[in-house]
Design a protein around this ligand. Structure first.
Ligand code: TMP
Length: 217
């Protein structure tokens, strides 16, 4: 069985840059790896991603938003993640179930006890071996996210989540920290305000420990 690792954090936390570099780091060590994302890791997911992030012409009630994220995840787990893990690959995933709890429960206000079973069902019970949480103040993250939009020329308009109020993002950040506090052995929290190379060193050294632990075990 391979190894499933997730990357989490608020908008502009730097996880997408870090996941790419982590993938290159593992590849250089000869470990077969797939880097993927939610929403959007499958063909169906790519359509759901557009729907969820870029269609401001629709009204989404909170429940239907939840089910679309879960639909993306169920497809992703069955079509891509599980088969890769059973081929002994390492799967690095940009967001997973913690994002649903942080955004839909802490952010939007859905009841965690109600959502828990659905989240596990959609993930077919799959849980990450390790989760990197890149934590930083929401103002810093949102400023970075906006800056990225204007530099790339893509998505220069904020997506449906980026354009939420600062208070929403504060609740999401707080939610992630609560989750990390509940499972300190799974979460590795990194100060996302640091420079990219410094964060990368922390990620690589945690991955090295995991590789060593698996070789010993
Ligand atoms: P990102 O992956 O480019 O950061 O964008 C995904 C957005 O979707 C981000 O704002 C967080 C949000 N999201 C949820 O609200 N719930 C989820 O379960 C997932 C996977 C993402």
């Amino acid at each position: 069985m391979g190894c499933f690792i997730t990357f989490e954090g608020i908008e502009g936390c730097g996880k997408t840059t870090q996941i790419r570099m982590a993938g290159e780091f593992l590849e250089a060590k000869g470990i077969p790896v797939i880097v993927t994302e939610e929403p959007g890791g499958t063909a169906l997911g790519a359509e759901l991603r557009k729907l969820l992030l870029n269609r401001s012409d629709f009204e989404f009630c909170t429940e239907s938003e939840l089910f679309l994220f879960l639909s993306d995840r169920a497809q992703h787990v069955k079509e891509l993640i599980m088969p890769a893990l059973s081929r002994n690959m390492w799967v690095l995933c940009d967001r997973f179930t913690d994002a649903t709890v942080a955004y839909q429960c802490f952010g939007r206000g859905l009841d965690r006890d109600v959502v828990r079973g659905m989240v596990d069902f959609a993930a077919a019970g799959l849980r990450p071996r390790l989760t990197f949480l890149f934590d930083l103040p929401v103002e810093t993250g949102l400023a970075r996210a906006m800056d990225r939009g204007s530099k790339t020329g893509y998505a220069s308009e904020a997506d449906r989540f980026e354009s939420e109020k600062v208070e929403f993002h504060r609740r999401v950040r707080e939610g992630y920290l609560v989750l990390a506090g509940e499972e300190p052995e799974r979460f590795f929290v990194i100060d996302g305000r640091k420079e990219i190379p410094a964060v990368q060193r922390e990620v690589s050294s945690r991955l090295t420990k995991l590789i060593d632990a698996r070789n010993d075990g």
